[in-house]
Design a protein around this ligand. Structure first.
Ligand code: ATP
Length: 149
């Protein structure tokens, strides 16, 4: 169905704001950006990315929505320890977790990003990561926008 991405993301950000005492900065270029898709599944992707950003860093998390041409982009940026370049593709594999010892105490199964990637592909979109070790990590969801013309 037709979804306003801004509203969809705002809903998840509000949930996290209520549950965590952390700085969450939500910025969007406009109030309305429409896509076709499954509301609950796309919220699950945003949830997985925000949950990871909060889990693997202890600083603020920035959520940013923009539109370039017919592509809507949702960025979730953290300022945590980052992901080593050689791990940046493996993290999308089922059950893969960086340094099992580092991750063990935080809990989790290593399924979140694998699920997120499948949902994005089913929506003819993509999920990618860009990370600077020691600086932070940004995940980008890209989805085809509905052409309003
Ligand atoms: P869960 O299935 O509960 O989400 P998980 O967080 O371990 O468990 P994924 O979401 O698939 O599983 O993430 C896989 C691994 O990628 C994590 O274990 C972690 O090592 C790494 N990772 C994911 N997001 C980040 C991030 N924002 N910063 C640093 N490392 C990350």
């Amino acid at each position: 169905s037709k979804l306003n991405v801004v509203q969809l993301v705002q809903g998840i950000v509000d949930q996290f704001k209520g549950a965590y005492d952390r700085e969450l900065v939500f910025e969007t270029e406009t109030d309305e950006m429409y896509i076709n898709g499954n509301h609950d599944q796309l919220q699950q992707v945003v949830y997985i990315l925000m949950d990871n950003a909060l889990k693997y860093s202890d600083k603020a998390v920035d959520i940013h929505i923009s539109q370039q041409g017919l592509t809507v982009q949702i960025n979730v940026q953290d300022y945590g320890k980052g992901i080593p370049p050689e791990e940046s593709e493996k993290i999308f594999d089922r059950f893969y977790r960086i340094e099992k010892s580092r991750s063990r105490e935080l809990g989790g199964t290593g399924l979140g990003l694998a699920i997120a990637k499948v949902i994005m592909e089913e929506h003819h979109g993509s999920l990618s990561v860009s990370s600077e070790p020691g600086e932070g990590t940004a995940f980008s969801m890209r989805l085809p926008a509905i052409n309003e013309n």
